[in-house]
Design a protein around this ligand. Structure first.
Ligand SMILES: Nc1ncnc2c1ncn2[C@@H]1O[C@H](COP(=O)(O)OP(=O)(O)OP(=O)(O)O)[C@@H](O)[C@H]1O
Ligand SMILES: [Mg+2]
Length: 349
């Protein structure tokens, strides 16, 4: 188990497909305080299909980030996502608890699309009934992917103390910083550059997870094609204006993207309600850089009929206003969700 001593800081490191984000928090008598936030864009083709293909480039990028920040610890919590990560709820009848692990791993094989010798598995018992039925959360990760991620962190001079999963980082952030009602389920959706990750949290449990290969990169590529620009120029145009003064074609493409994302979220919610007897979702929190696409919250709200807002990871986090302006903090908020969830995880006893 991880021990966290009070004078250390808690560091979350998220290796995304477009950028690496790092958050450092310090525990104070009044709660968590933001010490550092760093973000560095990754060169193209560093992460392809959510796997690290250019190890050196990830290592150098992490080194550049930590070269700018004097971290109080080398220990970090980082995370994985993508098709190499499998998260599954399982319900098993196991008469003898000492057989639980064998039973979980044996049943797991049917859910894992890789050779079982190529994965690392772990599980958590969520609940148990009197008649020896166990509700279990299984997590399986492809060994090679895990090794690539932890190897990059190690080679950059950091120690990956905890390797988590993006879904759980989002859940953790929500539970640590939002006032959760036990009766309500909440959908948290992280829309990054290459993926949309959705987790429905209910009663402290990730009741449903869904990972879709749709993200901000799709929108940039569309802008690039339609306006005949380079990827870099299309990206700059997309994130640059920040207001309503986009060329009409760009606004149109954003509307299409928003509709696609809203439909994807709606499909996820439909799956959740069909597959579970859990509480209905009462609201949606959007995170990830692509949550900043203008009008997205409104479009999601219309498509799902649920109140939708952009998640604020700094909800209950203090910071020095002479270091971070309010404007800066709101600008980084969506991208900071996963690394904040990881840092808070690191800081848990
Ligand atoms: N103002 C903005 N408007 C629209 N999109 C934006 C804006 N700012 C950032 N983005 C988009 O957000 C994406 C990056 O978000 P984020 O950092 O959460 O992704 P990532 O973690 O690198 O990717 P992933 O989680 O998919 O691996 C990029 O596609 C970027 O274009
Ligand atoms: Mg991400």
């Amino acid at each position: 188990m991880l021990s966290f001593s009070g004078n250390k800081t808690a560091v979350g490191l998220s290796i995304g497909s477009s950028s690496i984000k790092l958050v450092e928090l310090k525990k104070t008598s009044k709660g968590w305080k933001l010490l550092h936030f760093g973000i560095i864009q990754l060169p193209d083709d560093t992460i392809v299909n959510r796997e690290i293909v250019n190890h050196l480039s990830v290592v150098e990028s992490i080194k550049t980030l930590i070269g700018q920040i004097k971290l109080g610890t080398q220990q970090v919590c980082t995370s994985l996502s993508g098709t190499a990560v499998i998260v599954r709820r399982m319900n098993l009848e196991v008469p003898n608890i000492k057989d639980l692990q064998d039973q979980v791993f044996w049943e797991a094989e049917q859910y894992i699309p890789f050779d079982i010798t190529e994965v690392v598995m772990d599980y958590q018992v969520l609940s148990k009934t009197k008649d020896n039925r166990f509700d279990v959360l299984l997590v399986a990760v492809k060994k090679s992917v895990l090794e690539h991620f932890s190897g990059s962190v190690l080679d950059a001079g950091l120690k990956p103390k905890v390797i988590d999963v993006d879904f759980f980082a989002l859940q953790n952030l929500y539970e640590a910083t939002y006032p959760a009602q036990p009766s309500e389920a909440v959908a948290i959706v992280d829309i990054g550059a290459s993926a949309t990750k959705m987790v429905v949290v209910h009663a402290g449990v990730p009741a449903f997870t869904k990972d879709s290969a749709i993200g901000g990169r799709n929108l940039t590529t569309e802008i690039q094609k339609h306006l005949n620009l380079s990827f870099v120029d299309a990206e700059a145009l997309k994130v640059g204006s920040g207001g309503s003064d986009f060329p009409q074609e760009v606004s149109d493409l954003m509307n299409i993207m928003n509709d696609n994302l809203a439909n994807e979220i709606k499909r996820g919610l439909d799956f959740y309600s069909a597959a579970s007897s859990g509480a209905p979702v009462s609201y949606i929190l959007l995170a990830g850089g692509s949550a900043k696409i203008p009008q997205l919250s409104k479009v999601v709200e219309e498509a799902t009929g649920l109140p939708t807002q952009i998640m604020n990871p700094f909800n209950s986090i203090s910071y020095d206003p002479s270091v971070f302006t309010q404007e800066y903090v709101s600008a980084i908020a969506p991208m900071a969700a996963v690394p904040m969830g990881l840092a808070l995880r690191m800081g848990q006893p």
